[in-house]
Design a protein around this ligand. Sequence first.
Ligand SMILES: [Zn+2]
Length: 101
Amino acid sequence: MSKIIVAGTAYVDQPCPQCGSKRRISRTWKETLPTFTGTTVVKYSQIVCTNNVCQLAFDKQLLKDTQKRKAIKLKKEANDAARKANSLRQAKKTRKNKSRI
Ligand SMILES: [Zn+2]
């Protein structure tokens, strides 16, 4: 048995928190998610601001955030690689020291 969960639509009647304009649903889609008892159909709605300037600013901010997250992830991966290389070097050094004893 599957049940339908509606996510997101509850807030469409509320004004935009940024500019106070009306908001509308730009698109809806359904996703079937597996659960312990079977599947659940989750209905999603993407809500956008009817104020184009506000929505554009929001999109820009979203893009910025995505790029920022990507940059942080890349930096972290580089750090991890450097740390790994460093620990390998340390291990080699230790091995060399031990062989001398
Ligand atoms: Zn707005």
